[in-house]
Design a protein around this ligand. Structure first.
Ligand code: CP3
Length: 325
């Protein structure tokens, strides 16, 4: 999940001086922000500070983050001819600043906690490129998917290669695990997931498995609102499947299957409430995991900016107290 961010005063103070893209593109700053939660919260892993949209720019899709609005793409891809113009690129060349941040962060962490790298999955990345920003219906994306299936499949095939190239480069630079975020894929029903997304996301995981270096690190596959398609997400790949907070953890794990690990799934908004409620909700998640190996405790999605940092600190301490022998 997003771990660094606006709920931390030290992040907000850096953001007064730098834009989000400046933080992502400057290895010293990305290193500093990655380490902020590690210093303050008893978490077991660091998450590379970056953003899922960075590969859009070298693909030829310009965008910016607009205050209060989120990401905005200059010229969204709306026709099959637009999809065909997108190009593959070498992440070592065009996203070298991310890889340099990974090297710096690995040195700074010095093995204290592992570092998780990440990238967006085809549906989520395609939806930003096509919608141009936030969407609740994904109407443009689905119109292209249903209306120009051949162009859609060629585009997602290309996205899968771009994402796999990028994740392999992150592992080579030093990340200890990779997470594939298909944040918005819950917008698809199971049949559409199988037809339009599964082959492409599967290609990412099989390229990672076939790579001599990337195959050494565990992979995590996460989406939001995926209760109805957890079986399909599992089939697409991932050693660990991320569950959002809507499905009780034991039900989610039953759908995923006992041969995979699960990550999740405390409702992040519970952190806005008092500590006794946070601890009760945490007890519920842990009871549903029932001490089985292969549960990674996490939130079911990112932390909201108004979350008190003391609540996040107390949560991490509480989980350790309940789970460490
Ligand atoms: O240190 C970390 O925890 C890593 C941080 C991280 C960011 N983006 C930085 C960021 C991660 C893991 C991401 C991934 C990402 N980016 C996702 C997938 C994860 C998810 O939440 O589902 C998505 C969908 C994006 C695209 C994105 N970036 C959106 C929609 C927004 C705007 C929404 C918002 O919260 O304002 C962003 C902005 C963004 N990326 C922030 C951070 C910390 C917000 C803070 C800021 O504006 O400074």
């Amino acid at each position: 999940m997003r771990q660094a961010g606006r709920y931390m005063a030290e992040y907000r103070s850096l953001r007064e001086r730098y834009s989000l893209l400046d933080l992502c593109r400057t290895p010293d700053l990305a290193t500093e922000v990655t380490l902020q939660p590690i210093r303050r919260i008893d978490v077991d892993a660091a998450i590379l500070f970056s953003d899922l949209l960075l590969p859009l720019e070298p693909m030829g899709i310009r965008f910016d983050f607009v205050e209060g609005e989120g990401p905005v793409v200059d010229e969204p891809l709306r026709h099959d001819a637009d999809l065909a113009r997108v190009r593959r690129f070498d992440p070592r060349d065009r996203l070298g600043y991310v890889l340099e941040a990974v090297r710096q962060i690995s040195r700074a962490l010095d093995g204290r906690v592992p570092l998780i790298g990440f990238a967006g999955a085809p549906f989520t990345l395609a939806s930003y490129a096509i919608e141009g920003g936030h969407s609740s219906s994904f109407a443009h994306t689905k119109a292209l998917m249903y209306g120009a299936p051949e162009a859609w499949h060629r585009f997602c095939d290309l996205l899968a290669d771009i994402i796999a190239d990028y994740l392999i480069a992150q592992v080579e630079a030093g990340v200890d695990a990779v997470q594939v975020f298909d944040s918005w894929v819950g917008a698809l029903n199971a049949a559409d997931y199988r037809e339009f997304i599964l082959p492409h996301t599967r290609r990412i995981f099989s390229r990672l498995a076939d790579d001599p270096v990337a195959s050494r690190v565990p992979t995590i596959h996460f989406g939001v609102g995926t209760g109805a398609i957890l079986g399909e997400i599992r089939d697409a790949g991932g050693d660990v499947i991320g569950a959002d907070w809507r499905t009780p953890l034991d039900e989610a794990w039953a759908r995923i299957g006992s041969d995979r690990a699960i990550q999740g799934n405390l409702d992040p908004t519970v952190l806005l409430g008092p500590l006794d409620r946070i601890f009760a909700a945490t007890d519920d998640v842990l009871a549903r995991a029932s001490g089985r190996p292969g549960h990674i405790f996490n939130l079911g999605h990112g932390i909201l900016p108004s979350t008190p940092v003391e609540h996040v600190q107390a949560l991490a301490r509480y989980v350790h107290q309940k789970t460490r022998g």
